[in-house]
Design a protein around this ligand. Structure first.
Ligand code: ADP
Ligand code: 5GP
Length: 216
């Protein structure tokens, strides 16, 4: 008689991953990120620590952990950040403890950071990091998206277009590159990357036990 009962009815235990989405501003990174967060279980945004003032509508602990400069400096000294940077006069950092505990518990984190932050995270957490870069289908379409978003003045758009060329030049620092032409197709591709990376052997920490039971 053969035993057909499943060896495991639970999903296999796995280590979480750090899913980095970068792109030149205006490409569609926020749109894709929001869709992922809404539609996929087990992934949440990494919440950074910052010294900048809270904006209307922001919530402490959801958008950022808001701290004063003395607290931030002490956290830097105590090596509590995986990476940190000064942007437009304010400090921003990725807190180490929350990420490390989350990864161990199988939680995935989504990061919306530029290539410098990506490099720093990669240097610290190499095997946990998955780097995805989104590109616009053309420079004219990028400018069109920035204009149609309607959030920036002509001056800011010109600065973002200059910055975009610089960001694009770092395309080779990523594991995956996806052109965001059709938004639905782009989302499906990004989702496929996430799903495949979740199944990588090294991340499936429950496999040792599971395969042992399969063999016995
Ligand atoms: P980013 O976060 O990269 O700066 P956003 O997600 O804010 O970019 O997108 C910029 C603008 O382009 C938004 O108005 C968004 O609705 C639009 N957009 C995003 N992806 C596409 C796409 N594939 N086709 C057309 N418009 C898009
Ligand atoms: P804002 O103040 O508009 O929320 O963010 C300003 C900039 O800080 C953005 O470019 C954002 O990507 C960056 N930023 C936010 N959090 C972090 C972080 O933890 N580390 C780094 N390096 N940059 C961050």
């Amino acid at each position: 008689m053969t035993d057909s009962s499943p060896v495991s009815s639970q999903p296999l235990a796995r280590r979480g991953l750090m899913f980095i989405l970068s792109s030149p501003s205006g490409t569609g990174k926020t749109t894709i990120a929001q869709k992922l967060l809404k539609q996929v279980d087990g992934i949440g945004m990494s919440v950074s620590v910052t010294t900048r003032a809270m904006r209307p509508g922001e919530i402490d602990g959801r958008d950022y952990h808001f701290v004063d400069q003395v607290t931030f400096d002490r956290m830097v000294e105590n090596e509590e950040f995986l990476e940190w940077a000064k942007v437009f006069g304010n400090c921003y950092g990725t807190p180490k403890a929350q990420i490390k505990a989350g990864l161990k518990a199988g939680q995935d984190f989504l990061f919306d950071i530029d290539w410098q932050g990506t490099q720093q995270l990669y240097q610290r957490m190499e095997t946990d990091v998955v780097r995805v870069f989104l590109l616009p289908p053309s420079i004219s379409e990028l400018e069109h998206r920035l204009r149609s978003r309607g959030t920036d003045s002509d001056e800011v758009i010109a600065a973002r277009m200059d910055r975009a060329r610089f960001e694009i030049s770092h395309w080779d620092g990523y594991d995956y590159v996806v052109v965001n032409d059709d938004i639905g197709e782009c989302y499906e591709k990004v989702l496929t990357i996430l799903q495949a990376e979740r199944m990588s052997r090294a991340r499936q920490t429950g496999l040792v036990d599971f395969t042992r039971r399969l063999m016995n």
